[in-house]
Design a protein around this ligand. Sequence first.
Ligand SMILES: O=C(O)CCC(=O)C(=O)O
Ligand SMILES: [Fe+2]
Length: 324
Amino acid sequence: MTTRDLPALDLDDLGTEAFRRTLRDATHEVGFFHLRHRIPTAVTDELFTVARRFFALPEADKLAIEMTRSPWFRGYTRVGGERTQGAVDWREQIDVGPERAPSARRDPAYLRLDGPNQWPAALPELRTVIEAWTARLSDLGHRLLAEWAVALGAGPDHFDAAFAEPSTLLKLVRYPGREDAGQGVGAHKDPGILTLLLIEPGSAGLQVQRDDGWFDVPPAEDAFVVNIGELLEVATDGYLRATNHRVVSPAPGTERLSIPFFFNPGLDAEVPRIALPADLAAQARGVEQDADNVIGSRYGENLLKARLRAHPDVAAAHHADLLD
Ligand SMILES: O=C(O)CCC(=O)C(=O)O
Ligand SMILES: [Fe+2]
């Protein structure tokens, strides 16, 4: 596998013309970039420490908050409990979304995704640290979206209405080592708008697909890996590109921790489409169509479809009426 660096941006340059141009070009050409985040090391260290503590909890503590108990797809998934493209992912994780009351409505079906989280009783600090991280990254997400909007010829507030009540999804993920560099998480595009991925320093394993094949993404210090999802491709008629990526399992005796944060519109929000200026519109490729993966026009539709596929046991336990 060949290594190829990603375009690099620095949050210190946010608000400049150069930042916006690189942001636009990187997500037009690659769909991925490194973003130097300027967050104090103490903050990210605390996050990885609490993640490590969570995964080190006794099995029974983690299974007490298994996602199979949650119609809202929140909580812990054991190794082998998740699927991508029908194949088993070799990772364990906890999923945390917005803390909301369950919707009284069952229709449209995606409203069933609103609900409470499951927190581990044995690790109360997990909630404090995750909620602070979610607030910090939501703020960053809003600022980045305003930059994209301006870079694409819209007003800085273009995304505000759709993101008034964002759908955030935070995962703590652990990939155990194993003999073969098999599927940690299988090839996929993220279903939403924006993903900010924090990877434990020094960890390899992430691969990104380009026109000429798959490439290893080298770890970068003090930087997020940022990528856009299918809905930003839809919003720009394919001018910006959602890119396939995957993670291969680390070597035996090692592990890989990552903390993806998905920043997305309200479940009910229509995709905030952008009318591109003529020079950009001329380079828009249209949305890549896949008969197995029809993209919905509301975030909730896309998220529900992804959740039902990734967690068939949760789907069978709580949403059998939605399965065909
Ligand atoms: O763990 C990673 O590095 C990437 C995870 C990922 O792509 C995802 O969860 O969507
Ligand atoms: Fe992903």
